[in-house]
Design a protein around this ligand. Structure first.
Ligand code: PAF
Length: 281
């Protein structure tokens, strides 16, 4: 496994790859969810490139950029173990030569303002801007994103379509802890007590999935109240069409419940498809 910190070095190795290249962008603090994306990447392409970059432009001024876990040595050991060809660990200057504030930005207006975009107004602009840069740097044939960040995955699909990027976007299923909590780098912020509380998120989503009726709107309201009783403050819990992320009140196979909320100070997101989905069984 080769580890590089400059675009020049990355490009020189990338040029030697004559067949398909799958790219997995990450912010590090890798867990089994990332590793499963990499394993999936290996099924799609001959070579796998991973980037680790904690992107400042996707964090709001009061968010956790400074404290976001940085576990470089552990991440590299995991990547070597799972079998990655090339890792890009770029500096801030490499990604934003004019600095993060002055950098050219891209955004997806409608989709980027909904749900997470409401409470994190800079988030998707930051994500799209860095992902587009990384796509230009890496020039992959495939790129993989986890379904846990379902809105992010949908936005990236639109970005790629709108800008005619010749990249196949592949979504990877959510990986869960044995008690159902979706794996996330931010889970390590949870105190032991909060970690127990956090299991209520997936329990609520599963319960809604198995009992969904045409009165889902009321069921969702009741669930938000129950979550609040255990100390989880919901940002949004809503049923959407999977392709468009338009809200709907009619549960169907192609709909998905999206959740974001706070357990203590930690913001967690999760989602569940209302269709047949073996990964959520
Ligand atoms: O999902 C993430 O970890 C980040 O949003 C991404 C896609 C690596 C962009 O910084």
């Amino acid at each position: 496994m080769q580890v590089v910190d400059s675009i020049v070095s990355l490009r020189s190795t990338r040029q030697s790859y004559t067949s398909s290249v799958a790219f997995v962008p990450t912010m590090g603090a890798l867990h089994e969810g990332h590793l499963s994306l990499i394993r999936l990447a290996k099924k799609h392409a001959r070579h796998v490139i991973v980037s680790i970059f904690v992107n400042p432009t996707q964090f709001g001024p009061t968010e956790d950029f400074d404290t976001y876990p940085r576990t470089r040595e552990q991440d590299l050991a995991l990547l070597a173990e799972v079998g990655v060809d090339l890792v890009l660990l770029p500096t801030l200057r490499e990604i934003y030569p004019h600095g993060p504030e002055a950098a050219t930005k891209v955004y997806v207006p409608v989709l980027g303002r909904r749900y997470c975009g409401q409470s994190r107004p800079l988030f998707f602009e930051g994500v799209c801007s860095v992902v587009l840069r990384l796509f230009h740097i890496v020039n992959p044939t495939h790129a993989l994103f986890g379904e846990k960040d379902f809105q992010q995955l949908t936005l990236i699909r639109q970005l790629v379509e709108d800008l005619y990027l010749p990249i196949q976007i592949v979504g990877g299923p959510i990986l869960r802890e044995p008690d159902g909590l979706a794996m996330s780098s931010r889970n390590r912020y949870l105190t032991p007590q909060e970690r127990v509380l956090a299991t209520a998120i997936y329990a609520t989503l599963s319960q809604l999935k198995s009992t969904a009726t045409p009165q889902i709107k009321q069921q969702v309201q009741d669930s938000i109240a129950v979550l609040e009783q255990v100390g989880i403050v919901t940002d949004y819990l809503t049923l959407v069409h999977e392709k468009t992320l338009e809200e709907t009140e009619i549960p169907a196979n192609d709909t998905r419940l999206l959740f974001a909320g706070y357990v203590g100070k930690t913001r967690l997101i999760d989602n569940i498809s209302l269709g047949e989905d073996p990964t959520f069984a």
